[in-house]
Every structure is written in structure tokens, then in C-alpha cells.
Design a protein around this ligand. Structure first.
Ligand code: 13P
Length: 288
């Protein structure tokens, strides 16, 4: 199957009350693991690509070619979107030209009118090519230099205005944070999410910072309209832990255990397990 926009998969998810996972990719092993998990679970999937990860993977076109090659060689039949994660205005334009099927323009750091104007311009260019667009209002918190921000809680009225620009899906800051959550985290503002869900005309909502949110909170968020959930750090953590275990057990020193195809296998398998668990939790298994 060829890559598809995220529009149909997310509309179906919003209608039927489940969420599609966006799993960020970093390299070939990550991509193959996520596609393999999606096919096994018969789940639609969104491959998230940050600008930094794209640079690491030698550019947007290399990413598109790698994914397209895998879809064919692995006989992937479930819907797969390649999505720019937290894109700048320029980055989103580049991805539209490079063959991505979905882009996020993150204008949350601009004043709302500038965010609206730039989002509209991206929507016009993307829609002409059948590419889905995600916009953001409020900010997703995160840890930087040991300082943890709660993130800015989105204003439902601003969400309503940006949802009306023709975007496909909307990310709203509701106390979610990239990376692991601190012990004193107060949880998602599900009251705000509910209000946003009611004021945005059933647009699919996006929950960033999917690592470490308690399952019950995830399920409740889905009931208020979250149709896409982003997971990145959790795959990185299980990959690192499995690789560490392999090396600490001295397996790289046995026979040809140093061969990267062996060395990276436990991490690869750990990603498959996490992605499959998330697909079951989000309700997207068997929805391809
Ligand atoms: P985590 O790294 O917290 O899972 O968040 C991922 C994300 O939101 C990517 O946009």
C-alpha cells in the first residue's frame, strides 16, 4: 500500500471512539518495528518525524523513500501516514514538497492571529496535494535543563478559531508534557479537553506527550475526542533498556554478538511490543 494522508483514519477514529497512534521514528530499526507492529495488529499508524530526526535520517526525501520501500518489501497493507512532527513553517512547506502525506505546523509560540494566518497558508498548500494538517494551540510542556514546565493550557475559543481554518486535526495543550512526567504532575486537564471537544465541531483532537499518561486518563481523553496520540520517549526508553541488558549480559562478546543485526534486535523487539500494547490501549487494533 502507498502512504496515505491521516484524514480518513482520524475521521474514522473520531467517529468510532478510538485513537490512532503516532509513533516517532529515528532510524531503520524504529520504522521497521512500528510497521511490523501495525501490520500484526491490523491497525492504521502514523509515523512521526521531527525535524531533528529527519536531519539525522539524511533528509525528508530519504525518509519517504525508506518508508515507501518498506511498505512494498514488507507487504504492509494497513494505512500508513508519514507525518512531520512539530514542524516549523518552512519545514512544513519542505515536507509538502518532499512527499510527506501529513504535516504538523506548530505555530503555538506565535500570537494567535499569526498562528492562524500561517496555519491557513499551510492548509491551502497541503490540501491541494491531499496532505493532512495538524495545528497546535497552547503549548506542550517539557523538561529543559532540569526545569519542568506545566505547558500552557489551550483556550477553547482559540481552538475553535484554529479548527475552522480547514485543518485535519488539532493539538491542544492540556497539561501534557513531552518526555516522562514528574512525580508532582497534576494530570491532564480533562475538563478543558472536554470543552475543546465540544467547541471544535468534532475535529479529531491530538494528545501529545503520550509516554507515561495513566491508561484510565488515556481512555477518558479518547472519549472527549482525542483521535491521535503521540508516543516517542517510551519507545526510546525500552530500546535503550533492552540494548543495555544485552550488553550487560555480555552477549556482544559471544560469537558474532557484536553484529549490529544481533545487537539491535532486543531493542527492535521491545519497540514492537510497546507499539502493539499502545494499539490495543488506544483501540486502533483491527481498525485497518
Ligand atoms: P513523548 O515523547 O512524551 O511520548 O511525546 C511524543 C510526542 O508528543 C511527539 O510529538
Amino acid at each position: 500500500m502507498k502512504i496515505v494522508s491521516a484524514e480518513t483514519m482520524l475521521k474514522n477514529a473520531r467517529k468510532d471512539g478510538y485513537a490512532v497512534g503516532q509513533f516517532n521514528i529515528n532510524n531503520l530499526e524504529w520504522t521497521k518495528a512500528i510497521l511490523t507492529a501495525a501490520q500484526a495488529k491490523q491497525s492504521p499508524v502514523i509515523l512521526g518525524v521531527s525535524e531533528g530526526a529527519a536531519k539525522y535520517m539524511v533528509g525528508y526525501k530519504t525518509v519517504v523513500n525508506m518508508v515507501e520501500g518498506m511498505l512494498e518489501a514488507l507487504n504492509i497493507t494497513v494505512p500508513v501516514a508519514i507525518h512531520l512532527d512539530h514542524g516549523s513553517y518552512e519545514g512544513a512547506l519542505e515536507c509538502i514538497e518532499a512527499g510527506f502525506s501529513s504535516v504538523m505546523f506548530d505555530g503555538s509560540h506565535y500570537p494567535i492571529d499569526e498562528n492562524l494566518a500561517k496555519t491557513k497558508a499551510i492548509v491551502a498548500k497541503a490540501k491541494a496535494k491531499g496532505i493532512s494538517v495538524e495545528a497546535e494551540v497552547g503549548s506542550i510542556g517539557g523538561e529543559e535543563d532540569g526545569v519542568t514546565g506545566a505547558g500552557e493550557i489551550a483556550d477553547p475559543e482559540e481552538c475553535r478559531r484554529i479548527a475552522a481554518t480547514g485543518i485535519t486535526m488539532l493539538a491542544a495543550g492540556i497539561g501534557n508534557i513531552h518526555g516522562t512526567y514528574p512525580d508532582n504532575w497534576e494530570g491532564l486537564r480533562l475538563d478543558v479537553l472536554k470543552e475543546i471537544g465540544e467547541t471544535t465541531d468534532r475535529i479529531p483532537l491530538v494528545l501529545h506527550g503520550g509516554t507515561g499518561i495513566p491508561d484510565a486518563m488515556v481512555t477518558e481523553a479518547i472519549s472527549y475526542g482525542v483521535s491521535k496520540i503521540n508516543v516517542n520517549t517510551e519507545c526510546q526508553l525500552v530500546f535503550a533498556a533492552a540494548t543495555r541488558q544485552y550488553i550487560e549480559a555480555g552477549k556482544d562478546k559471544v560469537g558474532k554478538g557484536f553484529d549490529p543485526r544481533k545487537l539491535l534486535k532486543p531493542g527492535y523487539e521491545a519497540i514492537i511490543r510497546v507499539v502493539q500494547e499502545k494499539m490495543d490501549l488506544f483501540g486502533s487494533s483491527n481498525k485497518a
